[in-house]
Design a binder for this molecule. Structure first.
Ligand code: G6P
Length: 615
């Protein structure tokens, strides 16, 4: 949460920083701020609300200067006010700081700094600016930019918590200090200029060469150099990594919202996810990132899938796939619960941490716990170079490209793709026949075309959404592999439309939920033709008998089912294990068009952020 961006080079910094903030807005969007250093002066602007408000706050003022830092905030400590927006300054205004993370012992630090410092905000972050100022004043004997770096290092040695931070000082016109513990920092390298940000998306237009700081590292960035150190001031050499995303992928490309663009991206990015990762002749997948020998694979006796939010619903589909194809008992755990319940993990447990951002704090903490207990830990991650990608002992990038809408869509389908391939890889080693493996891969290859065909229904789904947008409650039902689909459909609806929505395994209705059924509580039931079709049909009959409106998601050509429904959504048939890849898409579109009909901020829903880096 919170996005930070910095620039140092020869170009005007403000436009680069503001454009960078737009790319990071998914990380938080309640307030924003910028500081530019020019000829010994720091120009600062802050505002509540979106980046456009910040641009208004800058207004006609001149913000010249070729280095600066900027921030978009998701409030944790202190309300959404201009005073609490970053950058925060030292008492004398010489130093400006931006912070992503939480300083847990900020009260103690504040007390120790005592009456000598004037605090102007309610944030934990501001104490860091004063603490660095304090150490800067003590280090009078030090010359040059090292004085600034050493004062940041000294200050951070007193801090408990997490940070990704950027610091500038008016007396250091060729230096930005960046430091990381728990919150990501990527540094993009170009000739005579450097870009620093919470992730590489703000720098894609300028460079693909990126250095990622690891925890406990600090960087001193000038126009001509990048030096990296530990917090104990030991010099370290970092590798430069190549980012294969491009800037156009991070644009709306004519769509009104990122979410709609990302829904329509799905056929293409799905192909990217599976390309080169299977062998049709052998009916198996070959995900090299697994980094396990065949013997190690054989020894796996349990799989645990850890994820949060939409990723956790993808994980539930993964559980079906691993159990059905590989016969390996598989559990799904949400990151926030895993480490607080003494999970049973041993050296035969394989843990997958599944995360679009690769930064979700709960997922990350859970994977660290699993590692501590001796599990094999692998990542299924979208953002290249992200923390989960770096801390796992292998894994697979999902190749969904930049996903910028807060509500996850294309990353979800690509998580499914990778989970299915892993399940097949283990399955072929255990009990899946060549013919079944080939049949599954054949069906998988058909998915992009079927997704594309689904989009023809978008206008009809839009009309349906308008019809149902005024309802205050929704119920999503599914059985078997479509339970997670119902959960994800319901999750999408509440995330972006703020309509109360629940999802249940349809067989559970009679144990409580039936009490809710009434004409004001529409039900969206997934009833595609799989082994549980007849059971699902009976559950839908029960719903109709209680006079709820029914929207049915059925396979094309299922004419009979239409008699049961007030409205129908159609999907092409596929193998049961692959159904979630198709069935989820009309539900994404339904949620999207309802949110649009209600005039919601689709890409930036209230109170949420995409990359949740706090517990
Ligand atoms: C946030 C987002 C969700 C996302 C979840 C997990 O809550 O709003 O859309 O599913 O985080 O994110 P991850 O990056 O770990 O997949």
């Amino acid at each position: 949460m919170c996005g930070i961006v910095g620039y140092i080079g020869e170009k005007q910094a403000a436009p680069i920083l503001l454009q960078g903030l737009r790319r990071l807005e998914y990380r938080g969007y309640d307030s924003a701020g910028i500081a530019i250093l020019d000829q010994g002066c720091i120009h600062r602007a802050r505002s509540v609300g979106r980046i456009d408000n910040l641009i208004d706050a800058i207004g006609g003022k001149q913000f010249p200067g070729t280095m600066g830092i900027a921030h978009t905030r998701w409030a944790t400590h202190g309300g959404v006010t201009e005073e609490n927006a970053h950058p925060h300054s030292s008492c004398d205004g010489s130093l400006m700081l931006m912070h992503n993370g939480i300083i847990e012992n900020y009260r103690d630090i504040k007390e120790k700094l005592g009456g000598e410092h004037v605090f102007r905000s309610e944030t934990d972050s501001e104490v860091l600016a004063h603490l660095i100022e304090h150490h800067y004043q003590l280090l009078t004997g030090k010359e040059g930019d090292a004085r600034l770096r050493l004062s940041v290092e000294a200050a951070l040695s007193h801090v408990r918590g997490t940070y990704g931070l950027l610091v500038i000082h008016k007396d250091h016109p060729n230096c930005i200090i960046a430091a990381r513990l728990g919150s990501p920092i990527a540094i993009g390298i170009n000739l005579g200029e450097y870009f620093i940000a919470s992730d590489p998306t703000p720098m894609l237009a300028h460079t693909k060469n990126v250095v990622f700081l690891d925890d406990g590292e600090i960087a001193a960035v000038t126009r001509s150099s990048l030096d990296t150190f530990t917090l104990k001031d030991e010099h370290i050499v970092k590798c430069v990594e190549q980012i294969d995303w491009n800037d156009e992928q991070a644009e709306k490309q004519g769509y009104p919202h990122f979410m709609l663009k990302e829904i329509f991206d799905q056929p293409t990015v799905f192909e990217d996810a599976i390309r080169g990762r299977y062998n049709l002749a052998e009916g198996t997948a070959n995900l090299g990132g697994l980094n396990m020998t065949p013997t190690e694979m054989q020894r796996v006796s349990r799989i645990v899938l850890i994820a949060c939010g939409t990723a956790s619903y993808a994980a539930m589909v993964g559980k079906y796939a691993f159990e059905r194809l590989a016969g390996i008992p598989t559990e799904v755990d949400v990151g926030s619960e895993f480490r607080y319940r003494d999970p049973i993990i041993d050296d035969r447990t394989l843990v997958f941490a599944i995360s679009q951002s690769g930064e979700t704090a709960d997922t990350l903490a859970a994977l660290r716990e699993a590692k501590r207990k001796g599990a094999f830990v692998r990542g299924i991650v979208n953002v290249i170079g992200s923390t989960i990608a770096r801390e796992t002992d292998g894994g697979t990038y999902m190749h969904a490209g930049p996903e910028l809408a807060v509500a996850s869509t294309k990353a979800y389908t690509n998580m499914l793709a990778i989970l299915l391939l892993y399940a097949l890889q283990f399955g072929r080693q255990r009990r899946v026949s060549l013919a079944t493996g080939q049949r599954l891969l054949g069906a998988l290859r058909e998915i992009p075309r079927k997704m594309q065909a689904l989009f023809e229904q978008a206008p009809a789904i839009e009309a349906l959404a308008k019809k149902y947008a005024s309802y205050e409650h929704f119920l999503y039902l599914g059985r078997g592999i479509n339970v997670p689909v119902a959960l994800e459909g319901s999750h999408k609806l509440k995330e972006i439309s703020y309509i109360h929505s629940e999802a249940y395994a349809a067989g559970e209705m009679k144990h409580g939920v039936n009490a809710l059924l009434c004409p004001e509580f529409p039900v969206l039931a997934i009833m595609t033709k799989n082994q549980l079709y007849d059971k699902m049909r009976s559950n839908v009959e029960e719903v109709r008998a209680r006079k709820s409106k029914v929207i049915l998601l059925v396979n094309e050509g299922d004419e009979q089912a239409k008699e049961l429904a007030d409205d129908v959504l159609m999907v092409p048939p596929t193998m049961e294990l692959l159904e979630p890849l198709l069935n989820t898409i009309p539900l994404q579109l339904f949620a999207y068009y309802i949110a649009v009909a209600l005039d919601r901020d689709v890409d930036r829903p209230r109170n949420l952020a995409k990359s949740v880096t706090v517990e």
